[in-house]
Design a protein. Structure first.
Length: 583
């Protein structure tokens, strides 16, 4: 029996023993005799001393920002592309391209415009791809010499821009594959693995139809070197290998942000991190299903902040080994990852400011929260941590007795499946500490004990707002108040029927403002009549003094004959009898 080969772009990619006709289908499945064979397209070796771009449609490669100006040499008006192409001595850099489409490159030098005032070189004309009949694609090759940075780097006050732009003319955009070593843009004769300058490839392919990345072999990185390099490359499905083990400030910042087709992340083997190194690296990668391992145990400021934000198909999170944290290190790391169901162990016991801020915010399928063993809080450390985690049924234990400003601010806001809150043992409050902590927890049926007697500003503001299943409020023993301390605390708690005693005699501005507004089952009257039998006054005993808007609209939209703003030192009467028992 004779062999039959399947050919793809002049390469044999499958050989069959069948003598029957081989039929090619569009989904890469092939009929050999009566057997359907699924094969992979061939891989091509990456050239080392240039980049090769390939597409099924003809394209031009140009730079991202243009302006018209008069050339100082020939006095002709030209269209210039503004793209930093920094060189070793600012004037001796070389950039070459081949648009012949031939298998052997025919190099042509690109005209560079040198700007002495900014030490930049710009290339002035687009480069047009040529057709390669062997590949059946349009091909453009580029390389450089004596260059230290390619792309666009914005100094303070400038608008960020991108590097390359692929222009398809009147045709619709098509994916562009990139083969080769990115270092060949700097010096194709001396490739190396050390990057020469800050931001050297920053934004290079941002907003382009790149579907295959080049090799990124550098092991010694620089500040911002790959910042936003592939940002919004919506055709990119795989990421290049990233071999560096020691990172630099913002080196991978937003590198793949908005790459909506990316399914597989690169291995991240670095153990020495830097501030903002992985900031928003995969943010908005809505096809990403797995996260890379993160081996580092010592973190830096914002290192993982927003790293996977908006990765809606991510179902699990990597082991988080770190025991030494830094400000905002995990901030919004998994925000909006709506397929995650279980949190990972967080081993650190010493917290820092905003370390877990918004970490799982918007993880709407999260059912199990990680344990939180720390006993001393820091500013904003757990703020918004489980915001709108609508499937969370059990809260982690919060054993801390030492609070900090905003430490639990909005922590469980919108956790509509949460029935029982954690105990809150602290007796010394801090500004904003419990602000909106359980707001919109519509299944919450009980409140934690609140033992503090001295309150700072905003500490309980909105704490149980819209907790529509809450029937009994906690005791509020505080005698020393702060501004806004109880504002909106029980607003719209539509099942609440009883009122807590309020013993403080010296009120502060806005302290009780709209505290029970919208609690429709709270019923007050100015006279003791019918079912209005239980006396209620502010303060609960003694003579009180008020302050600006301290009682403003405290009982607005409640269900009794008295609503609105009460008067201090005045007795009202509460109806504690449920509607179904009322005569």
């Amino acid at each position: 029996m004779s062999q039959v080969s399947i050919w793809y772009k002049n390469r044999a990619i499958h050989t069959s023993t069948s003598s029957e006709t081989v039929l090619l289908s569009t989904d890469r499945k092939y009929m050999t005799g009566n057997v359907v064979v699924e094969v992979s397209m061939p891989s091509y070796d990456d050239p080392q001393n240039y980049l090769e771009f390939r597409s099924d449609r003809q394209f031009s490669l140009c730079s991202s920002r243009y302006w018209w100006g008069v050339d100082e040499y020939d006095n002709e008006e030209k269209r210039y592309g503004k793209m930093w192409w920094d060189t070793a001595n600012y004037t001796d850099g070389i950039f070459e391209y081949d648009s012949s489409g031939a298998n052997t490159p025919e190099w042509t030098a690109v005209e560079l415009l040198y700007d002495s005032s900014r030490y930049e070189s710009y290339f002035t004309q687009p480069m047009v791809s040529g057709y390669n009949s062997d590949l059946e694609q349009y091909v453009l090759r580029v390389r450089g010499k004596n260059n230290t940075r390619v792309g666009y780097f914005a100094s303070s006050g400038e608008e960020w821009s991108t590097g390359f732009v692929f222009d398809f003319g009147e045709d619709s955009i098509a994916p562009v594959e990139c083969y080769g070593n990115i270092m060949s843009l700097l010096d194709y004769e001396n490739l190396g693995t050390t990057l020469p300058e800050e931001s050297c490839f920053s934004t290079l392919f941002q907003n382009t139809p790149i579907s295959r990345p080049p090799l990124l072999p550098a092991t010694l990185l620089t500040i911002g070197c790959y910042n936003s390099m592939f940002m919004n490359c919506t055709y990119l499905k795989t990421a290049p290998a990233l071999p560096a083990t020691t990172l630099q400030w913002s080196c991978y910042n937003q590198m793949f942000k908005g790459c909506t087709a990316l399914t597989t992340p690169p291995t991240l083997s670095a153990t020495s991190l830097a501030s903002y190194c992985y900031y928003s690296m995969f943010s908005g990668c809505t096809s990403l299903t797995t996260a890379p391992s993160l081996p580092a145990t010592t973190l830096q400021q914002y290192c993982y902040s927003s790293m996977f934000e908006g990765c809606k198909l991510l179902t699990s999170i990597p082991l988080l080994r770190a025991t030494t944290l830094a400000n905002s290190c995990y901030r919004a790391m998994f925000k909006g990852c709506s397929a995650i169901t279980t949190g990972r162990t967080l081993s650190a016991t010493t917290l820092v400011d905003y370390c877990y801020y918004e970490m799982f915010s918007g993880c709407t399928l999260l059912e199990t929260a990680p344990a939180l063993p720390a006993t001393t809080m820091k500013t904003g450390c757990y703020g918004y941590m489980f915001y709108n985690c609508k499937s969370l049924t059990t809260a982690p234990t919060l054993s801390s007795t030492t609070l900090a400003n905003s430490c639990y601010n909005y922590m469980f806001y919108g956790c509509s499946s949460l029935v029982t809150p954690p105990a809150l043992p602290a007796t010394t409050m801090k500004n904003y500490c419990y602000r909106y902590m359980f707001a919109h927890c519509t299944s919450l049926t009980s409140a934690p004990t609140l033992n503090a007697t001295t309150l700072p500003t905003y500490c309980y503001e909105g704490m149980f707002q819209y907790c529509s299943a809450l029937t009994v409020p906690p005791a509020l023993p505080a005698t020393t108040l702060g501004t806004y301390c109880y504002r909106y605390m029980f607003q719209a708690c539509s099942s609440l029927m009883t009122l807590p005693a309020l013993p403080a005699t010296t009120l502060q501005s806005y302290c009780y403002m709209q505290m029970f507004a919208g609690c429709s089952k709270i019923k007050l009257s100015t006279t003791q009549t019918g079912n209005y039998k239980t006396s209620y006054r502010i303060p609960s005993s003694g003579t009180g003094s008020t302050a600006s808007s301290a009682l403003s609209n405290m009982f607005t939209s409640t269900g009794g004959t008295f609503t609105g703003t009460p008067t201090i030192n005045t007795t009202y009467y509460l109806n504690n009898i449920p509607d179904y028992l009322s005569v």
